[in-house]
Write a protein that binds this ligand. Structure first.
Ligand SMILES: Cc1cc2nc3c(=O)[nH]c(=O)nc-3n(C[C@H](O)[C@H](O)[C@H](O)COP(=O)(O)OP(=O)(O)OC[C@H]3O[C@@H](n4cnc5c(N)ncnc54)[C@H](O)[C@@H]3O)c2cc1C
Ligand code: SF4
Ligand code: SF4
Ligand code: SF4
Length: 413
């Protein structure tokens, strides 16, 4: 029996899934087995729509359709968590296996804490994630920087720090760093993201660490929960999946790559947050950017933290109806309600019709709040800050200020 922390090289025994899979097709095999064995009633995955830039969420109940979703879509910037709430009744009526990037997994936990998703009915197959590129940016980048017609690209991937495209004429790669310096590359929230291996999922799957003769032909799988161990063991026992012990050198490399990505995330955070300025400069910047708001509510509808039946931004005594741009209160309400739990998924920024850097503003607040309260969103079922107030913690916090009033809190170096 596998246990939490165990690691494997795994690959599909089904020739079609092995060929179509991004690495070893292990994820597709696990999903197919979960459906066939009735461990789950449905699979929520992502498949190619019109082209490789078009990632479409899909609910699959026929195991034969799993192959259609095999492969990774790096322009798949979508967040799957809120679909559970909006369209799948929070997985209350059926058991669902879902493929999750770090942000999808974090969003699922945040909604589960707010009782919008029933985690007992969800199996999360995690995908390591180095970042996603918005489809429109990817097209522009391929045309401008790769001097290639985006419609001729057969496959794209991010590997060893390069963005690589494959056309009928072969491969072409450009360093991500170089692309990002010029304003292309991964979304800005992805650059700041530090959820690279989603260990809060049931299994974490990726290509990092697969070396030697299995390179490119196996998936690196880390077992993260009992549920994950059960699925992996049962699929292997049923002959759907083959596994072997990972190369120790591969495990070491995987650790090093993960650490390098975390450091890179830190340096993007420092750079982005510094550029926001301080004090009234920062306020001016936020006021200026948000003054373009057309009150379309996309940032609210798509945020995995927003679950209210009616948002306070729709209360006439807080935000005057019929006024555009809305009073700054509109954005202050979002900052107050979301910032402690923001998972930096980037949806509020990417879907903003007016290109307001919403997730940058919210993430900057979240990182400071995390430092202040020690609350890390999206990693487990720990309740949000204001849902759980502990007497001793409150006493300690007041004592820690060295004062009898809430006055002397922040430190300046
Ligand atoms: C955007 C992205 C970035 C990645 N970056 C890294 C990385 O830096 N390092 C690393 O080790 N691994 C990374 N991976 C994981 C890796 O590419 C493979 O998905 C993983 O190794 C599983 O391989 P497989 O052959 O077993 O999967 P497959 O059998 O090919 O199955 C892949 C599954 O992923 C799902 N999927 C595809 N695109 C998305 C998406 N955008 N969002 C959610 N689900 C999706 C599909 O529905 C499919 O079920 C990334 C994956 C994605 C989607
Ligand atoms: S936010 Fe993180 S986990 Fe989500 S797509 Fe970007 S890099 Fe991947
Ligand atoms: S505020 Fe934006 S970045 Fe943060 S969780 Fe909500 S949608 Fe995602
Ligand atoms: S998505 Fe942009 S324009 Fe729409 S309400 Fe939010 S901030 Fe305003």
């Amino acid at each position: 029996m596998s246990a939490k922390g165990d690691m494997y090289y795994a690959w599909s025994t089904d020739a079609d899934l092995l060929a179509k899979g991004e690495c070893g097709g292990a994820v597709s095999s696990l999903l197919k087995y979960a459906l066939e064995s009735k461990m789950v009633d449905a699979v929520l995955a992502v498949k190619k729509g019109a082209d490789i830039y078009d990632a479409v969420p899909t609910l699959i109940t026929d195991p034969e359709e799993i192959a259609q979703a095999a492969g990774s879509l790096h322009c798949g910037t979508l967040l799957l968590s809120k679909l559970f709430k909006k369209y799948l009744n929070g997985a209350n009526d059926m058991k669902i296996a879902v493929t999750v990037k770090g942000c999808d997994a974090m969003g699922i936990y945040e909604l589960a804490k707010r009782q919008q998703i029933n985690l007992d009915n969800v199996v999360m197959i995690g995908l390591n994630c180095g970042g996603t590129v918005s489809p429109v940016t990817a097209r522009k980048m391929i045309a401008d920087k790769f001097e290639t017609d985006p419609d001729t690209v057969l496959k794209e991937e991010i590997d060893k720090g390069q963005f690589i495209i494959e056309t009928a004429d072969g491969h072409k790669g450009i360093k991500i760093d170089e692309l990002e310096e010029e304003g292309y590359g991964r979304r800005s929230n992805c650059r700041r993201c530090k959820m690279k291996v989603p260990r809060q999922a049931d299994l974490a799957c990726g290509n990092w660490g697969v070396i030697g003769d299995k390179a490119g032909k196996a998936t690196f799988v880390e077992v993260c929960s009992e549920k994950g161990a059960e699925l992996l063991d049962a699929a292997t026992k049923a002959g759907k999946l083959a596994t072997e012990a990972p190369n120790p050198k591969g495990i070491e490399i995987r650790g090093k790559v993960e650490n390098a990505m975390l450091k890179l995330g830190d340096s993007w955070r420092a750079r982005d947050f510094e550029a926001l300025g301080e004090g009234s400069d920062r306020l001016k910047k936020i006021l200026n950017e948000t003054s373009r708001c057309i009150k379309c509510y996309q940032c609210i509808d798509n945020c995995p933290i927003c679950y209210c039946v009616e948002c306070s931004t729709k209360k006439p005594y807080l935000v005057k109806p019929g006024e555009i741009p809305p009073n700054f209160m509109f954005h202050l309400i979002r900052f107050a309600h979301i910032s402690d739990s923001c998972i930096n998924c980037g949806q509020c920024q990417e879907l903003c019709a007016m290109d307001i850097p919403n997730s940058l503003f919210m993430h900057a607040l979240q990182v400071d709040l995390q430092e202040m309260f020690g609350f890390v969103p999206g990693v487990d079922m720990t309740l949000p800050l204001l849902a759980l107030v502990e007497e001793n913690e409150e006493r300690d916090r007041l004592t820690g200020t060295g004062s009898d009033q809430i006055f002397n809190i922040f430190q300046k170096e």
